[in-house]
Design a binder for this molecule. Structure first.
Ligand code: ADP
Ligand code: MG
Length: 259
């Protein structure tokens, strides 16, 4: 179906823990689905595997088991055990469908704002530099940053850098955009501008996964919320259900820290 943007089934991932000298299972059994235009907030204690989950889907980590489909393309061969990854062409297509916005912006420090945004469209999508720049300027304008095109990242505030990194991700036209704690490296007075940008994207029906510790925002922006703890999905449902109705004790104890 055209509408299936992301399907995750029984995803498992472990890391070798050098202190404990053994493998530790970080993601034990994660399943969820997203359709076009869905906004999913992922909440959970730090260390529960939220970043690892995003990184596995975005191919920044390998996974140990389970299935992931992005826009109906399999990341791993279904049913393979031990898992085998899909052919390179499929992996590339998945990589192009997923955009990632990190906590620490990860802009190229030696490139201008405009170059940061046009680099991948020119190199990877083979866009004409001229049209890549026109597109980038349009995105910058949407972020209120058109006057910063020639600035370097170090000349910008954290909030401005994060808006550039969102524009950079959008320039690749992803089918789904992942945000990993997009405001947690920002001063409190700068988080609002990022949350506003993400809300505007939600209104435009951008499909997004947002890992965040901003509970009011998580509730407000999403149509689905997933609460992870200790490598499993403990609760999953509408914001009304997860924040208002669920009686799950682990969730209650987690949410009470924000009250
Ligand atoms: P969260 O984003 O929910 O805070 P993470 O996904 O970053 O959690 O981390 C989950 C656990 O996995 C942590 O205990 C972390 O130390 C461990 N971990 C993450 N990446 C690695 C790695 N590359 N090697 C070993 N352990 C890792
Ligand atoms: Mg994290």
């Amino acid at each position: 179906m055209e509408d299936h943007i992301l399907e995750v089934r029984h995803l498992r991932k472990s890391f070798f823990d050098s202190k404990k000298k053994k493998k530790v299972q970080i993601l034990k059994d994660i399943s969820f689905d997203m359709k076009r235009g869905d906004v999913l907030s992922i909440i959970g204690p730090s260390g529960s595997g939220k970043s690892t989950l995003l990184r596995c889907i975005a191919q920044l980590e390998t996974l140990d088991g389970g299935e992931v489909r992005v826009c109906n393309k399999n990341l791993v061969v279904p049913g393979s055990d031990p898992i085998r990854y899909a052919p390179k062409a499929d992996l590339n297509e998945i990589r192009l469908s997923t955009g990632l916005v990190f906590q620490n912006f990860n802009l190229f420090p030696h490139l201008t704002v405009l170059q940061n945004i046009t680099l991948a469209p020119i190199r990877v999508l083979k866009l004409e530099p001229h049209s890549a720049r026109i597109r980038a300027m349009r995105l910058l304008k949407g972020m209120g940053l058109e006057d910063k095109a020639r600035a370097f990242p170090c000349e910008l505030s954290g909030g401005q850098q994060q808006r550039v990194s969102i524009a950079r991700a959008l320039a690749m036209n992803p089918k789904v955009l992942f945000f990993d704690e997009p405001t947690s490296a920002l001063d409190p007075e700068l988080t609002g501008e990022i949350l506003k940008v993400i809300k505007a994207l939600a209104k435009e029906e951008m499909t997004m996964v947002i890992v965040t510790h901003e509970m009011a925002f998580a509730r407000d922006v999403a149509n689905q919320v997933l609460f992870m703890d200790d490598g499993v999905v403990v609760e999953q449902g509408t914001p009304e259900y997860v924040f208002g109705q669920s009686k799950n004790e682990r969730l209650q104890s987690f949410l009470s820290r924000f009250a």
